[in-house]
Design a protein around this ligand. Structure first.
Ligand code: ASP
Ligand code: MG
Length: 414
């Protein structure tokens, strides 16, 4: 601000759907923003659509049409966040706090043209900066931007988190607070494991693995963005307002938990291409075909055949990609020389995550022993340096999570 001497801290505060679900919640959010403002900080607010608005809009679109062009879907879905940013500004006005709403486009969020899952290319937050300079609180509609073709885009489900992190990075904010309906990131979903503990601090890498394996607190892309742009995130509750979980760069000086969290995910299905000839080029043809249809393949398992003849290839894909994946796999099967294509829609992926796994051997064995003791069969396994995942039958997922959570001493306070 011209003429000002003392450095003013800038905080980006993002409020999720449940935090702005009704008029009472919106007033509570405005109250909180007003308090931060009165303490002398500059605040940029980012909001999600109210409650389950986005789900309702998607359902409405599905009722109207089976076609749903991405451009039109984005035009529809971005209205949810416009509603909440305008209402938050009105609630702030009531409290005597000057505020102005901005769509993603007005906030300078430029994206590619990949409708319904656009990527941010650049941020030009001139108007947001100008509002701040004038002492006005900018309230930005999350989850949206404007494409290089000047169309309205959305950033994928949960995309308001990404809006918040991207604005924090572009504005060089001192704090990026993501308010939600839980009080932080937990060692497991507290609804499933009541004894789950809140993590005080977690690395970007661990958070990425948690978000990628079913943890729903932060959208995966927002964590990637935060890691790439060094934005520390504070995940906290807009119901209790207590301090939550800090997501930040790994501190090599700190003793790391061997396992920090257990997650499960039932959003994927397993396909098996059975009896394919064991020769070079088969996997290449199959996965090139899937990639060309934009199918997101996650886990893959293939064995070499003992007698050099035929083998099976199994892989998992998101349920939303299943129809395309089956169609393509069945189309390719004759060319590949495959005998059949099998689909298993009742699988779950259970994962353990922890930065300390890198330096502690034996974690794998323990996980397998825990599942064995529960008589849960492991169908597929995949690992990263700080994650271990097993595909099991969906019906056993909750039991597996509870058993693993307790076996790795995560129940209760550390
Ligand atoms: N409203 C959008 C969704 O429900 C974006 C968000 O909440 O972050 O996915
Ligand atoms: Mg969300």
């Amino acid at each position: 601000m011209p003429g000002s001497v003392a450095a003013v801290a800038l905080t980006v505060q993002k409020f999720g759907g449940t935090s702005v679900a009704d008029s009472e919640r919106i007033r509570a959010v405005a109250d909180h923003v007003a308090r931060a403002r009165r303490s002398g900080d500059d605040v940029v607010v980012v909001v999600s659509a109210m409650g389950k608005t986005t789900d309702s809009l998607i359902r409405l679109a599905e009722d109207v049409s089976s076609v749903r062009p991405g451009r039109e879907l984005d035009m529809l879905l971005t209205t949810g966040e416009r509603v909440s940013c305008a209402l938050v500004c009105m609630a702030l006005a009531e409290l005597g706090v000057a505020a102005a709403s901005f769509t993603g486009s007005q906030a300078g969020i430029l994206t590619d043209t990949d409708h319904t899952k656009a990527k941010i290319l650049e941020i030009r937050p001139d108007r947001v900066r100008q509002a701040l300079a004038e002492g006005v609180v900018p309230v930005v509609a999350g989850f949206q931007g404007v494409s290089t073709a000047r169309d309205v885009t959305t950033l994928g489900r949960g995309g308001s988190d990404t809006t918040a992190v991207a604005l924090a990075a572009a504005l060089g904010a001192d704090h990026c607070e993501i308010y939600t309906d839980v009080s932080g990131v937990f060692s497991a979903d507290p609804r499933l494991v009541p004894s789950a503990r809140r993590l005080r601090k977690i690395s970007f890498e661990e958070m990425l693995e948690i978000a990628a394996t079913g943890g729903k607190v932060l959208a995966l892309r927002s964590v990637e963005y935060a890691r790439n742009h060094h934005v520390t995130i504070h995940v906290r509750s807009s119901f209790t307002w207590e301090p939550g979980t800090i997501v930040t760069a790994e501190d090599p000086m700190l003793e790391q938990a061997v396992v920090s969290a257990v997650t499960s995910d039932i959003s994927e299905v397993k396909l098996t291409v059975a009896g394919v000839p064991d020769r070079p080029g088969v996997a290449a043809a199959l996965f090139r075909g899937l990639a060309e249809r934009n199918v997101n393949v996650d886990m893959i398992v293939q064995n070499t055949s003992l007698d050099g003849s035929a083998t099976d290839i199994s892989f998992t894909v998101p349920k939303s990609d299943l129809a395309v994946a089956i169609e393509l796999t069945e189309e390719l099967a004759p060319d590949l020389g495959a005998k059949s294509v099998l689909v298993d829609e009742t699988v779950a992926q259970v994962s353990i995550i922890g930065a300390g796994m890198k330096t502690h051997p034996g974690v794998t064995a323990t996980m397998f022993e825990v599942l064995a003791k529960e008589e849960i069969n492991i169908e597929m396994i995949s690992t990263s340096p700080i994650r271990l995942s097993c595909v099991i039958e969906a019906a056993a997922a909750d039991r597996a999570v509870r058993a693993l959570h307790s076996a790795f001493n995560l129940d209760g306070e550390p």
